[in-house]
Design a protein around this ligand. Structure first.
Ligand code: MG
Length: 375
């Protein structure tokens, strides 16, 4: 059992992106996240609340209020004997899923350390799964020209990434994918549509269907389950839910109606490890494969994904990329890096298996608040 929680320290961090990230309708240049440090007498648990621009998650300010005023105070004095204890407390939290994910995952880190088990072991990964390295996939936004896209893919493919995902939008889709196929041949390739299409665009996906893609990620709006069902009936390429899978309930409905063959699991969308395992297991029972997506988060958020990706029904490369990929810096120790070309190691130390660099946390701090038994 963990010792009682004595203090929760929250830091709003802001780290610039190396280059602006463009997806359909959005461009971002800064990454905001909230680092949670949940302290007991003998351990600290790390969590990250990491809303993103197109995530449909609540705003960072909303998360900050939820975490500092309600969720962090509810942790004080708590002990955890099992993941069910964490789920019982998390079920009392209202508010957005990114805020809940930040706190819930920190509790899993504490429990793992108390049990001398990694989070992957708490999740139920087998010893064979724990020894497996995680495949790192490259994710790219929209680029002003096809040439810039091809050059960027070329640079990153040299780093060993196990698959390439490119963003498409209406008017820039079939032609882009054909250009990538012509230039790079038979690489593992998929497209991310960020919900930009409707059921009037089925012919575009019929054309893409001939280009041997791993999947179409979120072709239609998150709540357009009818459109996703029509599309999956019309094509052989798997449709992958992303934003539609931001709650176990909605993903379950979509799977039941035949809207997809693949689901991207995101801890931030789902509210932490407990709901993510529930959705993973539901997918397995219904013959739907999973993989671990990212917002992308900063270091702690992505490190969590490494544990989740050990689960047996995670069958495609993750979106987890090394620390230097998106941001000018990262605050985790060690940094997330490829252990072999395109591969990421599963942490072996108890709990999350990562620490924070306090100097960097101070450097990128926007605001800080402690919630403690004495404050
Ligand atoms: Mg996506």
């Amino acid at each position: 059992m963990t010792a009682p929680v004595e203090r929760v320290c929250l830091t709003h961090l802001q780290i610039p992106l190396k280059e602006p990230f463009r997806i359909s309708g959005t461009e971002v240049g800064l990454k905001d996240a909230i680092l949670l440090v949940v302290e007991t007498r003998d351990a600290i648990g790390l969590g990250e609340c990491s809303p993103g621009p197109a995530s449909g998650c609540e705003s960072l300010d909303g998360c900050w209020i939820e975490l500092t005023e309600r969720i962090a105070p509810s942790l004080l004095g708590r002990t955890f004997n099992s993941v069910d204890d964490i789920a019982t407390l998390a079920a009392t939290w209202s508010g957005g899923r990114c805020a809940r994910a930040g706190a819930e995952t920190a509790c899993w880190d504490l429990l793992g350390q108390a049990r001398h088990a990694t989070i992957a072991e708490l999740l139920g990964a087998s010893s064979e799964q724990l020894e497996r390295s995680i495949e790192s996939g490259l994710s790219l936004g929209l680029y002003p020209t096809v040439v810039e896209l091809l050059k960027t893919i070329e640079t990153h493919l040299a780093e060993g990434y196990r698959r390439v995902k490119i963003e498409i939008e209406p008017g820039r889709d079939v032609e882009l994918v054909r250009a990538v196929r012509q230039h790079f041949g038979d690489i593992p390739l998929m497209v991310e549509a960020s919900g930009a299409y409707t059921n009037r665009d089925l012919d575009i996906f019929r054309e893409l269907d001939d280009l041997d893609l791993l999947m179409f990620e979120q072709p239609m709006a998150a709540d357009d389950i009818d459109g996703l069902v029509q599309l999956q009936r019309a094509v052989a390429t798997p449709v992958c839910l992303d934003e539609t899978a931001n709650s176990v309930e909605r993903a379950t409905e979509a799977i039941g109606r035949g809207a997809c063959k693949v689901v991207s699991l995101k801890l931030q969308y789902l509210g932490g490890f407990g709901p993510a395992v529930a959705l993973h297991d539901h997918c397995y029972k219904h013959g739907v494969s999973c993989w671990v997506g990212t917002i992308p988060e900063l270091g702690v958020g992505r490190a969590q994904g490494l544990h989740l990706a050990t689960l047996g029904n995670c069958r495609y490369p993750t979106d987890i990329e090394p620390s230097p990929r998106w941001f000018v810096d990262d605050y985790v120790v060690p940094l997330i890096e490829h252990s072999a070309p395109g591969m990421l190691s599963v942490p072996t130390r108890p709990g999350l298996g990562f620490q924070v660099d306090r100097t960097k946390v101070r450097r990128y701090q926007v605001r800080y608040q402690e919630v403690g038994t004495g404050s």
